[in-house]
Design a binder for this molecule. Structure first.
Ligand code: PRP
Ligand code: URA
Length: 215
């Protein structure tokens, strides 16, 4: 059984609300509408942790009574990049916390037979080297999709990238850490293993299908 301590780049966002919502998310009986709401809520809670190190600068504010000191997040340019499709489910929740963030998109799907990622779309804001990227995908299984997405971002000039997922398999964490040791990984859960079809156990099934009601 893998422990988070085995992986130096991995952080688990451990919070009672995240555990509760993740349990509902895993439930095979959870319908699409609730599944979508839960992904959105967990992503928002995770973004709170993922942005803990944002740099503040002192500012001042005029209250109705007087001028006082305050704090403003320093003008970092934050960009959310969902991996299509399932990563889309994480965007709105995070934008509610960080409404000024830009959103790029990376289109990738995992070939059902080879489990290799196939890429079909890439679009991110232009000033890539000045931006901090939060790469989003609920599932880190073999790690092929996340690793390919990071490679694409780096090829475009990105250097500050963090990967946020809801459920990670040890195999995926190992692969992403080996390919991109500079990319911190945040997850709500480190699950046990992959099955012979590359699905995470215990997992939550196919995140894209459950989010969008396809199958
Ligand atoms: C799922 C998931 C990840 C990928 C993870 O997407 O959302 O992108 O699989 O698997 P990996 O770590 O083994 O690469 P999928 O390929 O099913 O595409 P979809 O989001 O369009 O359904
Ligand atoms: N992609 C998913 O959506 N679920 C898994 O368990 C593995 C890959």
């Amino acid at each position: 059984m893998s422990s988070p301590l085995d992986f130096p780049t991995l952080s688990i966002v451990d919070h009672p609300l995240v555990r509760h919502k993740l349990t509902l998310l895993r439930d095979r009986a959870t319908p699409t509408k609730q599944f979508k709401e839960l992904v959105d809520e967990i992503a928002m809670l995770m973004a709170y942790e993922a942005t803990r190190d944002l740099v503040l600068e002192p500012s001042s504010v005029d209250t109705p009574l007087e001028t006082t000191g305050g704090w403003t997040v320093r003008g970092k340019k934050l960009t959310l990049v969902p991996i299509l499709r399932a990563g889309l489910g994480m965007v709105e929740g995070i934008l509610r916390l960080i409404p000024s963030a830009r959103v790029g998109h990376i289109g990738l799907y995992r070939d059902h037979d080879t489990l290799e990622p196939v890429d079909y779309y890439f679009k991110v804001p232009g000033d890539v080297s000045e931006r901090d990227f939060l790469l989003l995908d609920p599932m880190l299984a073999t790690g092929g999709s996340a690793s390919a997405a990071v490679t694409s971002l780096k090829r475009a000039g990105a250097s500050r990238i963090r990967f946020l997922c809801l459920v990670a398999a040890p195999e995926g964490v190992r692969r992403l850490t080996a390919d991109h040791p500079d990319v911190p990984i945040l997850t709500a859960s480190l699950d046990r293993e992959l099955n012979e079809h590359g699905y995470i156990l215990p997992g939550l099934g196919d995140a894209g299908d459950r989010l969008f009601g396809t199958r």
